[in-house]
Design a protein around this ligand. Structure first.
Ligand SMILES: [Fe+2]
Length: 205
């Protein structure tokens, strides 16, 4: 899709600026401006919500996803991770949890949901989709992966552990940036206060 070259400006209801920003049209479609692929749309969020088995505002719900999204974007600025993968990871990795405990198979179920929804609700190039699937499948299994985008996904999630009483431990984080004490403190404060990033408001509209 290439309809992000300014011609749609008059139809925009919300505009985000900066690298990897989204633009939401009045029709509710969010486009990622730096790749042009249809990524996170209202229909996608709604479809995920309709099948989500737990409390939408629970500890593994939408506000957690929003913080993972924001954590991932902050990390990606330094790690160079593929932003589209990080964003999609945030909304799929816990999307098929059946409980708020260990639920060991929730990663593969989230990956499966991404497979089901790809082409129907979102688009992602093959190489990035492969990374998304690995990240979802392995985020509670592997401590680290060789790929920097997958590492960034893992860290984005782990930086939001304070909310469940586990302070992020640099030994279990992958990227040097995530191990930075200032980053951990920033993430902890948001996690402990159940901070709701602006993207959550957009997703919920
Ligand atoms: Fe998570």
């Amino acid at each position: 899709m290439s309809n992000l070259n300014g011609k749609m400006t008059n139809n925009l209801s919300h505009v985000g600026y900066g690298k990897g920003c989204e633009i939401i049209t009045k029709k509710g479609t969010i486009f990622q401006s730096n790749t042009g692929y249809k990524l996170i749309t209202k229909k996608l969020i709604q479809a995920i919500k309709e099948q989500y088995a737990l409390n939408w505002y629970g500890i593994h719900g939408i506000r957690h996803w929003g913080r993972v999204y924001a954590n991932g974007l902050r990390l990606a600025e330094g790690t160079g991770a593929k932003v589209s993968v990080v964003k999609m990871f945030s909304i799929f990795h816990d999307s098929r949890r059946l409980n708020d405990g260990s639920d060991e198979a929730h990663g593969p179920r989230g990956a499966k949901l991404a497979e089901e929804f790809r082409g129907k609700y979102f688009e992602l190039p093959d190489d990035e989709f492969e990374l998304l699937i690995i990240a979802c499948n392995q985020h509670t299994v592997l401590q680290i992966h060789t790929d920097i985008t997958i590492q960034t996904c893992f860290d984005a999630d782990r930086l939001d552990l304070a909310r469940v009483g586990t302070m992020p431990d640099p030994r279990y984080l992958c990227t040097d940036l995530a191990k930075n004490s200032d980053i951990i403190a920033w993430a902890n404060e948001r996690s402990l206060s159940d901070y709701s990033p602006a993207i959550v408001t957009l997703w919920n509209q």
